[in-house]
Design a protein around this ligand. Structure first.
Ligand SMILES: Cc1cc2nc3c(=O)[nH]c(=O)nc-3n(C[C@H](O)[C@H](O)[C@H](O)COP(=O)(O)OP(=O)(O)OC[C@H]3O[C@@H](n4cnc5c(N)ncnc54)[C@H](O)[C@@H]3O)c2cc1C
Length: 328
């Protein structure tokens, strides 16, 4: 079987990233002539009904009290035990921070490699001596690497974006199997102490316009003008890591290698130098408008349009002009 790791939203439904993982698992299973199975933590809820429409024939539910707030280490250990017991040909997960960490723990426990951020998986039929090959993103997607995967079970996380999702030929039924791993409460691990609900409506990842600020914004209060512009153009506010490190914005707003990758029609980079780790998060934008006092900043050279100037002078002028033209 090909096993898809399902991440769940707080209401128990599969995340958007999981829909892509399922689509990739279906494709891989089809090429290998194997069934598609899914694994999730917790109660079944509506998952079986959701998954049967996605061609999934088995749902493995990981159950243990430590899994509720035990973080990725516990999930990874539980996943490793499931894999050892059920022996799938491959395990696919999203390239989110949480799933990548859980898969890394699972790979370490199983003693097999983990191929992260795969854009393509080229399997070989079961029993064939040739190794599977993958193409994977390196350095946040700036490089693509072809690699051979030498392992009895192939653990891969998938780079986000671009895979068609949605329903497919439904499986006849989903068999639900509860798997209770043996987890040691004495081993110290990170514990989840708080779950912040995702903001309702538009998210950074889906916004058509992202107004993003960096060190040049100067303070938490300085983001008011970015909020105002985002509100006017129907966008979301993002930021660089300097802003999150300084406590000006929450990590959920961070764009970049260790934040969110955004793909808006327009990315407005305000007082952001354009370091590689930030660039990989916004390079998927269709167009970029950079505002910076330094005309030589990398973001200014790469942007579609560059405005040399102080964020706190340029943005109020832009806002005033939008208001004048729209009569708002
Ligand atoms: C492992 C690792 C992961 C990382 N992940 C991320 C990530 O996910 N996202 C991320 O953003 N960074 C990430 N970083 C940090 C990254 O390397 C940069 O340090 C960071 O992006 C710089 O943020 P910045 O552009 O806001 O600040 P700076 O590089 O300091 O740039 C500030 C810019 O603002 C301009 N400026 C100053 N005042 C004004 C003004 N009044 N008006 C207009 N412009 C002004 C300056 O000319 C300058 O270009 C990571 C680093 C590492 C090592």
């Amino acid at each position: 079987m090909v096993l898809a790791v399902i991440e769940r939203e707080t209401d128990g439904t599969p995340s958007a990233a999981s829909a892509e993982v399922l689509a990739a698992a279906r494709d891989l299973a089809h090429r290998l002539d194997l069934p598609v199975a899914a694994v999730a933590v917790g109660e079944a809820g509506d998952l079986p009904e959701d998954l049967v429409k996605q061609g999934v024939s088995h749902l493995h539910l990981l159950r243990h009290e430590l899994l509720a707030d035990g973080g990725p280490a516990c999930t990874g250990e539980a996943l490793a035990q499931l894999v050892a017991a059920r022996r799938p040909a491959a395990v696919l997960a999203a390239s989110t921070t949480e799933s990548t960490e859980a898969m890394a723990w699972a790979a370490a426990a199983l003693g097999v490699p983990l191929a992260t951020a795969c854009t393509e998986i080229r399997p070989r039929p079961e029993g064939c001596d040739e190794l599977w090959e993958v193409t994977r993103e390196r350095s946040g997607g700036i490089l693509l690497e072809d690699a051979a995967l030498d392992a009895p079970v192939r653990l891969c996380t998938l780079s986000a974006g671009g895979r068609p999702t949605g329903e497919t030929a439904a499986a006849a039924e989903v068999t639900v199997d509860v798997f209770v791993p043996e987890l040691d409460a004495a081993v110290p691990r990170a514990r989840r102490v708080e779950r912040a609900p995702r903001a309702a409506g538009m998210t950074l990842a889906t916004a058509p316009v992202v107004v993003s600020g960096g060190r040049g914004v100067g303070s938490a209060e300085g983001y008011a003008v970015l909020e105002e512009l985002a509100g006017l153009v129907g966008g979301a506010v993002g930021c660089s890591r300097v802003a999150t490190n300084n406590g000006w914005r929450p990590h959920a707003d961070q764009v970049g290698l260790t934040g969110t990758r955004v793909h808006p029609d327009l990315y407005i980079a305000c007082g952001i130098s354009g370091a590689t780790q930030h660039w990989v998060g916004c390079m998927g934008a269709r167009s970029i408008l950079a505002v910076n006092t330094d005309p030589e900043a990398p973001m200014m050279r790469r942007a579609t349009w560059s405005v040399v100037g102080d964020v706190h002078e340029v943005l109020p002028a832009v806002i005033a002009e939008i208001r004048r033209r729209s009569g708002r």
